[in-house]
Design a protein around this ligand. Structure first.
Ligand code: F6R
Length: 368
C-alpha cells in the first residue's frame, strides 16, 4: 500500500504535484471561466455575500490564512480567519450575507463541525473545502469544493494542505469572476500560474536531498524558529507545526515584522531559523525581510533562507539557501511549504520517531 515508501507521509509528500493538478482538473471551462460543480450556491446568492469567515483547525487553518490574503485581494470582500474551536464562543457577527468557509481534510473534525452547525443556526451560508467525499462537514454544508488529493493516511497533513490552498484560490477566483470582470485578466493569469504549479512542486521534491542533508546536520537542535511575511507567514506556522508534531522539538513560526516586538530575544548562537522570503516583485516586503535576516544573523542565528530563483540579495546573510521556483507572491506557499515538510519528516525519522503516527495525535479529532 505504501508503494515502496517507508512512510505514508513520504508517499503523500511525493503525491503533491498530482494532488494539486487533480484539484484543478475540470474546474476551468474551455472558455477559460471557472466552473465549480458542487458550488450549489447561485451567482445571485454569492453576489449577496459581504463578509467571509474561514474556520478550520491546525494545518487547515493555515490554508485559511493564505485564503484571506488571496480572497481579499481578488474579491475585495472582507475575509476573516478563525480557529474553529474559538469561533462560536465569541458571539461572532454573522447573518445571511456571511459566507462561512470551513476547511477540513477529514470532514469529521468536531471543532469545525460544531462551528458550521452554529453558523447555519445563525443563517450564514456555509461552504466547505474538504478531501473526504460524503463526510459529515460537506454533508452539512450548503456548498462544497472537494480537494482531490486522494486519501491522506499519515496523521500529519501534507498533500491535504497543498490541495486546500488550491481550493481556496479557486474559491477566491470564482467569487471574483461572479462579482464581475474587473480582475478578469488577473484571473486568467492566476489560473495559468496555478497550472504551472505541479511541475514546480515536482522540482522541490527532486531537490529534497538538500533539506534531508540539512536535517542530518541539525538533528541535535532542540529549538527552531520560522519567519515569514504576508503569505509566507502561514508557511512559517506550518513549518513549525510539522516540526513539533513529527520531531517533538520546540518550533515556533512568526510574522517577520513581529521579530523586533519580542521574539528576537530568543535568538542566540546556532539557533536554526528558517526564513521565507517573498518574491522580489514585492520589493518592500522583500527588503524588510532581508534586513530581518541580517539582524538575526548578526546575533548568531543559523539562517536557512527560502528564496526565489535569481534573488541573490540574501545570499551574504544565509547559511543555507533553498531555492524556490518563481511564482506570483500569492501562490508561493504551494512551493515554499514542500521543503519544510521534507525537513520535518526527515528529522523525525532520524530521531527514530513514527513519522506516520506521532505520539498523542489522531488523524481526525472527533472530540471538541
Ligand atoms: C497537522 C494536522 C492537523 C489537522 C487538523 C485539522 O499536520 O494534520 O493540524 O490539519 O487537525 O484536520 P482536518 O483538516 O481533517 O479538519
Amino acid at each position: 500500500e505504501k508503494g515502496g515508501y517507508e512512510w505514508f507521509m513520504a508517499k503523500e509528500i511525493d503525491e503533491q504535484p498530482k494532488a494539486v493538478a487533480d484539484t484543478l482538473l475540470g474546474r476551468v471551462g474551455t472558455d477559460g471561466r471557472l466552473q465549480l460543480d458542487e458550488m450549489r450556491l447561485s451567482d445571485d446568492e454569492l453576489r449577496e455575500i459581504d463578509k467571509i469567515i474561514v474556520i478550520a483547525c491546525g494545518t487547515a487553518s493555515y490554508a485559511g490564512l493564505v485564503a484571506k490574503y488571496a480572497i481579499e485581494h481578488w474579491t475585495r470582500i472582507p475575509c476573516e480567519v478563525e480557529l474553529a474551536s474559538e469561533f462560536r464562543y465569541r458571539d461572532p457577527i454573522i447573518d445571511r450575507s456571511t459566507l462561512v468557509v470551513a476547511i477540513s481534510q477529514s470532514g469529521e473534525t468536531m471543532d469545525t463541525l460544531m462551528a458550521i452547525r452554529y453558523a447555519r443556526q445563525q443563517r450564514a451560508r456555509v461552504l466547505s473545502i474538504c478531501n473526504t467525499n460524503g463526510s459529515t462537514i460537506p454533508r452539512e454544508s450548503d456548498a462544497v469544493i472537494y480537494t482531490h488529493a486522494g486519501p491522506e493516511i499519515a496523521v500529519a497533513s501534507t498533500k491535504g494542505f497543498l490541495s486546500q490552498m488550491v481550493a481556496c484560490y479557486l474559491l477566491g477566483l470564482y467569487l471574483a469572476q461572479v462579482k464581475g470582470a474587473k480582475y478578469g485578466d488577473e484571473i486568467s493569469h492566476v489560473i495559468d500560474e496555478l497550472h504551472a504549479i505541479p511541475a514546480k512542486v515536482q522540482r522541490m521534491l527532486d531537490e529534497g536531498d538538500q533539506v534531508r542533508k540539512l536535517a542530518a546536520d541539525l538533528v541535535d537542535r532542540r529549538s527552531f524558529l520560522f519567519l515569514g511575511r504576508h503569505v509566507g507567514y502561514p508557511v512559517a506556522l506550518e513549518g513549525a507545526l510539522k516540526l513539533k508534531e513529527l520531531a517533538y522539538v520546540h518550533a515556533e513560526g512568526f510574522a517577520a515584522g513581529e521579530l523586533k516586538h519580542g521574539p528576537i530575544a530568543l535568538v542566540e548562537k546556532g539557533l536554526p531559523m528558517f526564513v521565507v522570503v517573498p518574491p522580489r516583485a514585492r520589493d518592500q516586503l522583500q527588503e524588510k525581510i532581508v534586513s530581518n535576516i541580517q539582524e538575526v544573523r548578526a546575533r548568531g542565528a543559523y539562517t536557512i533562507v527560502l528564496v526565489e530563483d535569481g534573488d541573490d540579495s540574501v545570499v551574504p546573510f544565509a547559511d543555507v539557501v533553498i531555492r524556490l521556483p518563481r511564482t506570483p507572491t500569492l501562490l508561493q506557499p504551494l512551493v515554499a511549504t514542500v521543503p519544510l515538510q521534507i525537513f520535518a519528516g526527515e528529522l523525525a525519522e532520524l530521531l527514530g520517531h513514527d513519522v506516520d503516527q506521532p505520539r498523542n495525535l489522531a488523524k481526525s479529532v472527533t472530540v471538541e
